[in-house]
Design a protein around this ligand. Structure first.
Ligand SMILES: C[S@@+](CC[C@H](N)C(=O)[O-])C[C@H]1O[C@@H](n2cnc3c(N)ncnc32)[C@H](O)[C@@H]1O
Length: 380
C-alpha cells in the first residue's frame, strides 16, 4: 500500500460500534487495499480512497443494507471529481500527471493580468469621513460619491438598475441604451476612485436577453478598460424556470432560437491588487462556507419580499451575506451606490462592517433605514 498521502481521506464521524467494525472488515475484504480501505477509530470511520470500480461499490451497498455501508456508498457517490482509468474511478493524484512544470516562469512569460499593466492607482488608503459612515443617504450616487475621498472603501456590492423597463419609485428604467451605460459608467468611475487599493467591486447584473444587450460583458469591458483586475464571475442560479421558450415565429427552428437563462451574474473586479490586506482574526467566514462558496455557482432563491417592500428588483440577503463574508473582513467599509431597500447595508451592519447606502428614491431609503433598525438579530 502507498503512504496515506496517496489516498483521499473521507472521515465519517460515528460511534464506531461493533456493527460498524464488522462493516469495515467486510469493506476491506471486498476491495483491494491498494484501491480503497476503511479504518474504524474512536469516534470516526475513515475511508482512504485512491481508486474504485464503482460497480463493485454498488454491489457492496446492495449486499449490506446497514447504515454505515449506505453512508459510505452515499459519500463516495457524492464525489464528482475523478478521472477514469482501466474501468476504475481515480480519486487521488489524478491531477499530478497534468501538473504544469515551471508554472511561475510560464505565468511571467504569458504576462499575467496584462490588461491592467500601467495602472496608476495610488497605494495609500484613506478613511471614510464619519459623516458618511453607517448611513443611508438619499440622492444621486454620482453626486454623493464626489464628496468621498479617494481610496476609502473596501468593498462595493451593488446591483444597478437594469434598464428593463421596471417600475422604480423615482427612476425611469427604459433609457436609450447608450445613455444608460454613459450614466452607469460615470457612477462606476466614482466607485473606482473611492475604492481602496486592494478593494473589490462586485456587481450583480442581468443582461437584457430580449434586446440582445450583454450588459455583463459591456460592464466587464468597461472595468478592464479602467485597468481593474478581474477577480472572477459568480453565477447566481435562481432556478426560475418560468421564462419563455421562444419568440413567436422561431419555435423549433434554427431561425432564431431564444436562449433561456435561469441565472444572473456577479462580476468581481479588484483595484490595484488581487490580494486584500486584513487581520486574520477579522476573517469571519467559516471553513464550510469558504469551501462551498469558492465554487462560483450559487443556488439561491430570489427574494420573496419584493411585493412587501414595493420594489421590483431586491436581491436576497443570502447573496449579500456571501459576497460580504467572502470578499471583506469584519470592520471593513462596504458601499452600495444603488442600495434600493438596503439589502447590502442591512447585511453589512449585521456582519460588523461599516457601510454607506445611497439610493435616489426616498421611499426605498426609508425601508433601508427601517431594515437597519430591525436587523440586529438573527444572523451570525
Ligand atoms: C436593482 S435596484 C437595487 C436593489 C437593491 N439591491 C435591493 O436589494 O433592494 C437599483 C436601485 O438603483 C436606484 N437608482 C437608480 N439610479 C440611481 C442613482 N443615480 N443614484 C442612486 N440610486 C439610483 C433605484 O432607485 C433602485 O432602487
Amino acid at each position: 500500500m502507498d503512504g496515506e498521502n496517496a489516498y483521499l481521506a473521507i472521515v465519517l464521524p460515528r460511534a464506531a460500534t461493533a456493527a460498524d467494525c464488522q462493516t469495515v472488515a467486510a469493506f476491506n475484504r471486498f476491495f483491494p487495499p491498494g484501491d480503497v480501505y476503511a479504518r474504524a477509530e474512536e469516534g470516526k470511520v475513515v475511508i482512504c480512497l485512491k481508486q474504485l470500480d464503482f460497480r463493485r461499490l454498488e454491489e457492496f451497498a446492495a449486499a449490506r443494507p446497514d447504515e454505515l455501508a449506505q453512508e459510505i456508498f452515499r459519500r463516495i457517490s457524492d464525489i464528482k471529481s475523478y478521472n477514469i482509468r482501466g474501468g476504475k474511478r481515480i480519486y487521488a493524484n489524478y491531477g499530478a500527471e497534468r501538473k504544469v512544470r515551471q508554472r511561475k516562469l510560464k505565468e511571467e512569460k504569458r504576462d499575467k493580468v496584462f490588461y491592467a499593466r500601467g495602472h496608476n492607482f495610488a497605494p495609500e488608503n484613506n478613511a471614510v469621513p464619519p459623516a458618511y459612515a453607517n448611513r443611508i443617504i438619499c440622492g444621486d450616487s454620482l453626486k454623493i460619491l464626489q464628496a468621498l475621498p479617494d481610496n476609502c472603501v473596501d468593498l462595493i456590492f451593488t446591483s444597478p438598475p437594469y434598464n428593463f423597463g421596471l417600475e422604480y419609485a423615482e427612476q425611469d428604467d427604459d433609457h436609450y441604451w447608450q445613455d444608460y451605460f454613459d450614466k452607469l459608467f460615470a457612477v462606476f468611475d466614482q466607485c473606482i476612485r473611492v475604492l481602496k487599493f486592494g478593494g473589490r467591486i462586485a456587481v450583480n447584473v442581468q443582461p437584457l436577453f430580449s434586446d440582445y444587450i450583454p450588459t455583463h460583458h459591456l460592464l466587464s469591458n468597461y472595468f478592464l478598460g479602467k485597468k481593474l483586475l478581474w477577480k472572477g464571475e459568480i453565477l447566481w442560479e435562481k432556478n426560475n424556470y418560468n421564462c419563455k421558450y421562444t419568440a413567436w415565429g422561431s419555435w423549433k427552428s434554427p431561425a432564431s432560437p431564444y436562449l433561456k437563462y435561469t441565472w444572473e451574474f456577479i462580476e468581481i473586479f479588484c483595484k490595484g491588487s488581487l490580494k486584500k490586506v486584513g487581520a486574520k482574526e477579522n476573517a469571519d467566514i467559516t471553513a464550510e462556507e469558504f469551501k462551498n462558496w469558492v465554487t462560483a455557482k450559487w443556488s439561491i432563491a430570489p427574494e420573496h419580499k419584493m411585493q412587501a417592500y414595493g420594489h421590483p428588483a431586491v436581491f436576497p440577503e443570502e447573496l449579500a451575506r456571501r459576497i460580504i463574508k467572502l470578499f471583506s473582513f469584519r470592520g471593513d467599509f462596504v458601499l452600495d451606490p444603488f442600495n434600493g431597500t438596503g439589502t447590502t447595508t442591512a447585511v453589512a451592519q449585521r456582519l460588523g462592517r461599516k457601510f454607506l447606502g445611497i439610493d435616489i428614491a426616498e421611499k426605498y431609503c426609508e425601508i433601508a433605514r427601517a431594515r437597519l433598525a430591525g436587523s440586529g438579530e438573527g444572523e451570525d
